[in-house]
Design a protein around this ligand. Structure first.
Ligand code: UD1
Ligand code: CA
Length: 454
């Protein structure tokens, strides 16, 4: 059986008061429409069709080839919007799922159940409803005395009696395709707004004497449609709780989940602990047994196992295992810290690799550098990697000791076992096992190396 989803995303989203199309507003770091498409993918067999209109260019660009795009111009209502997909879908699908792109909390499982319900329904449509005290401007479900659904009435045309109805239209439907295409052409133009409402198909079915199946949902949160930024914040909070709960159920500890922010794509291994005020963004992946935070921001970074990261900011970095960082350390793009690296307060690393066991305790900047195993970077060391025009590389060997406040003027190489005196300004390469001091630094002694255990 072929099942296609049509996702409506053409509306202006006037109430958002934004120059960004509503469906591109992020929830847990991903555009609202990303969440809608993810849920839809679980219940359908064909590529989804997205109806775009306002901000069509931006939305289309975002979607790429993840969906078939259909344009609705002008936007004459939700029924008219679905009709724009007729040419792409008619004759190619047995069932059609229709959803609104402004409902990012809708679960894939719910849509799956909706499709299953319609498969068993002898009538042409199954839909989702919810019973709530706050109507939020939703359409009211009108039922016959025998309990069957007879119509959906939009709030602004509802009679005072109809306004009292607590059962609301969520905005998720599964239609028998053949019936749908015919019905859409029969929707009357709404006399007040001159629009064609998808919700009127329900009344058409009832008038045809065909049963409409309405499933009452019990998770209120899932039904939140975002019309304003207040709704957006409600959805964000609910999504955050949902994401955090999923991680906790998968073995992640959170001391205070209310202060932990994890975006939708982040992955976390078991027995990792997230302390308060931890923000994990983008494609961040954390392994097992890490302790992250308090007060840590990590974006697009891969962290191995057993690391401790306290009050630090990491972006585009890679950490192997048992790294100990912070407080107040910063990793920028291309920072790679090997096993057992220690990076203390006020350090910054960018485009550099610190091999296993490197220690960098205090106040240092390492950029465009390769640092060999077990090297010690003294307090206040700086790789002077930029000469005002170009970036240059610094290569430091294994078991090197960089004295406090050393300036390493790149391009520069320091051999294994080399040592610099405090305050050295190193402008020339340093051979292995050699001590340099002064400004500019000069070699003063050959050293004997104590071989370290690895
Ligand atoms: C709609 C429903 C209402 C339901 C509520 C749930 C209709 C007529 N009303 O009302 O019964 O309770 O959702 O959230 O369907 N869109 C288009 N083209 C258009 C108009 C809208 O693509 O011409 C899209 C919008 O981008 C949006 C969705 O359809 O994603 C719903 O439109 P919106 O204006 O938000 O409808 P509501 O007033 O919320
Ligand atoms: Ca809406």
């Amino acid at each position: 059986m072929k099942i296609t989803a049509i996702l409506l995303a053409a509306g202006q989203g006037t109430r958002m008061k934004s120059s960004l199309p509503k469906v591109l507003h992020p929830v847990a770091g991903k555009p609202m429409i990303w969440h809608a498409l993810k849920a839809i993918a679980q219940s359908t067999t064909e590529k989804p069709v997205v109806v775009v209109g306002h901000g069509a260019g931006e939305v289309t660009k975002y979607l790429g080839d993840s969906a078939q795009i259909v344009e609705q111009e002008p936007q004459l209502g939700t029924g008219h919007a679905v009709l724009q997909a007729e040419a792409s879908v008619k004759g190619k699908s047995d069932l059609v799922v229709v959803c609104y792109a402004d409902m990012p909390l809708m679960r894939g499982e719910t849509l799956q159940r909706l499709v299953e319900t319609q498969k068993r329904n002898s009538g042409p449509v199954s839909m989702l409803t919810v019973i709530a005290d706050d109507p939020r401007g939703f359409g009211r479900i009108i039922r016959n005395p025998d309990g069957t659904v007879s119509a959906i009435v939009e709030e602004y045309v509802a009679t005072p009696e109809q306004l009292q109805v607590k059962e609301l239209n969520v905005g998720g439907y599964c239609f028998d395709a053949k019936w749908l295409w015919d019905a859409l052409h029969r929707i009357p133009k709404n006399p007040k707004k001159g629009e064609y409402y998808l919700t009127d198909t329900v009344e058409l079915a009832a008038k045809d004497g065909l049963p409409v199946h309405a499933t009452v949902m019990d998770d209120l949160e899932e039904t939140i449609g975002v019309n304003t930024r207040v709704h957006l914040s409600e959805v964000e909070a609910a999504m955050r709780r949902r994401i955090n709960e999923t991680h906790m159920l998968n073995g992640v500890t959170m001391i205070d989940p209310a202060s932990v922010y994890i975006e939708a794509d982040v992955r976390i291994g078991k027995d990792t602990t997230l302390m308060p005020n931890t923000c994990l963004h983008g494609g961040t992946e954390l392994g097992e047994g890490n302790i992250i935070g308090p007060n840590t921001i990590i974006r697009d970074t891969k962290v191995g196992n057993g690391c401790k990261i306290l009050a630090s900011v990491l972006e585009g970095a890679l950490l192997e295992n048992d790294v100990d960082m912070g407080p107040f350390a910063r990793l920028r793009k291309g920072a790679h810290l090997g096993n057992h690296v220690h990076m203390g307060n006020f350090g910054e690393v960018k485009d550099s690799r610190l091999a296993e066991g490197v220690k960098m305790g205090h106040f240092s900047y390492i950029g465009n550098a390769q640092i060999g195993a077990n090297t010690n970077i003294g307090a206040g060391t700086i790789t002077c990697n930029y000469d005002g025009e170009k970036k240059h590389a610094t290569e430091i060997g294994e078991d090197v000791f960089i004295g406090s406040d050393t300036m390493l003027v790149a391009p520069l190489k320091l051999g294994d076992g080399a040592k610099t005196g405090a305050g050295a300004v190193v402008t020339k390469d340093v051979p292995a096992d050699t001590l340099v001091v002064g400004m500019p630094a000069r070699a003063i002694r050959k050293l004997e190396r104590k071989t370290k255990k690895k």
